[in-house]
Design a protein around this ligand. Structure first.
Ligand SMILES: [Zn+2]
Ligand SMILES: [Zn+2]
Length: 395
């Protein structure tokens, strides 16, 4: 079976690269993937694969295996959106949309799922059950497109017959040819913190007449680190980072207010709720001691992504068989967030990495950077590994 899949994969690989480059040339931001959606639909049409629209720009494709009658279902998911980044690579498929770039590989994910479905369609005599392909909008922006796909109720409602939801992500940190998987806790929840500390500005030489929001903010940010260093169970990974601090005064001007943005990430839902409460309490109470006030908004992001233990071990076994033991890596946890996590709350799910870095070719830039690139040779394992895993789950 593996040899047969490899043969068919090699016949669709060039087209996968062509599709990926087309999508790369014309990236679209979250919730605005109109042309991308059109491209997916017309490509599916050319493969004679049934589909319906979902979540505005999303697409749900469906292939029914002909081997025997079964309502077992495997769901494969790809995200479609790009990022507000101006591409600095110079290739013949560099982004034509100023300030928008596929810098997270969602062009690869979409082309990969199209190719995977094309192969499965050609092999529909070899499996029973149903394969659903989700082309999902807006992974990069909360609330995330996954919620809208799930809310549409167009996916099978009973978790009973869903053998698993499978998603993959390109990883420039993994060499091309490798596949990386982790069972259990894999990626973090991510909540966004928006904060304004309001004091009373004035002359820098007269601090006693002002309420200095700069010093209060500095103290607050240091104090908040105790939420992760003293309150968090050391066994639960937690991160609190502030990436934006604006105190628009001068050498001799204390500003009226300081604006701060940050992120809180962890891997445990009950600790997440408790930590957000602690953060809120400190932000309210600490400035009050000094006569200042704080305005806080916490935007809840994606939950933690938990890979189902049993499903992950099955998929790992299939991937090892397909890419060979040598190319299989056990991954560490990763504190980035993914809205694939919502599927993992509803169905047994597994999200894994496909190596797309290549030091020799100079393909080393990180995700979300203007020089991010992909070694497209990775399509071999990406397409084939997904096809084989899906078929094994349905067998
Ligand atoms: Zn991303
Ligand atoms: Zn991504």
């Amino acid at each position: 079976m593996i040899n047969k899949i490899k043969e068919i994969v090699s016949s669709v690989k060039e087209e996968a690269i062509f599709n990926r480059r087309h999508l790369h040339r014309f990236p679209e931001l979250s919730f605005q993937e109109y042309k991308t959606s059109q491209y997916i639909k017309s490509t599916l049409q050319s493969y004679a694969i049934d589909f319906e629209e979902v979540a505005n720009t999303g697409v749900l494709a469906k292939i029914v295996g002909k081997k025997s009658v079964s309502d077992n279902t495997v769901i494969l998911r790809a995200d479609m959106d790009a990022l507000p980044i101006h591409e600095e690579n110079e290739t013949d498929f560099t982004s034509r949309h100023n300030g928008v770039m596929h810098a997270c590989g969602h062009d690869f994910h979409t082309a990969n799922l199209l190719a995977t479905l094309k192969v499965l369609k050609q092999m529909d005599d070899d499996f029973s059950g149903v394969v659903i392909g989700i082309f999902q909008p807006a992974e990069e922006k909360i609330p995330g497109g996954a919620l809208a796909v799930l809310a549409s109720e167009k996916l099978p409602s009973s978790a009973q017959n869903v053998k698993g939801v499978i998603g993959l992500h390109v990883s420039p940190g993994l060499e091309m040819g490798k596949v990386g998987v982790r069972a259990g806790k894999f990626m973090a929840s991510a909540d966004e913190i928006y904060l304004t500390v309001k004091g009373k500005g004035g002359h820098g030489a007269q601090p006693h007449l002002n309420i200095d929001p700069v010093i209060i903010s500095a103290q607050l940010m240091v104090s908040l680190q105790q939420v992760v260093s003293r309150f968090a169970n050391p066994a639960i990974p937690s991160v609190l980072s502030f990436g934006k601090v604006i105190a628009n005064g001068a050498t001799n001007v204390i500003p009226n207010e300081v604006y701060i943005e940050g992120t809180f990430r962890t891997m445990d839902e009950s600790w997440r709720a408790q930590a957000l409460q602690l953060i809120g309490k400190q932000i309210k109470e600490l400035p009050e001691i000094y006569g200042a006030t704080a305005e806080l908004e916490i935007r809840r992001g994606y939950p933690a992504l938990i890979n189902d233990m049993e499903l992950t071990s099955r998929i790992s076994y299939s991937l090892k068989e397909y890419v060979s033991e040598d190319n299989f890596e056990n991954l560490d946890i990763w504190m980035a967030a993914e809205d694939f996590a919502y599927y993992s709350q509803h169905y047994p799910s597994v999200f894994y990495f496909i190596g797309t870095g290549n030091v020799e070719k100079g393909i080393t830039s990180a995700l979300h950077t203007p020089t991010f690139q992909i070694d497209e040779e990775a399509f071999d394992h990406a397409i084939g590994g997904m096809v084989y895993s899906a078929m094994q789950l349905l067998s």
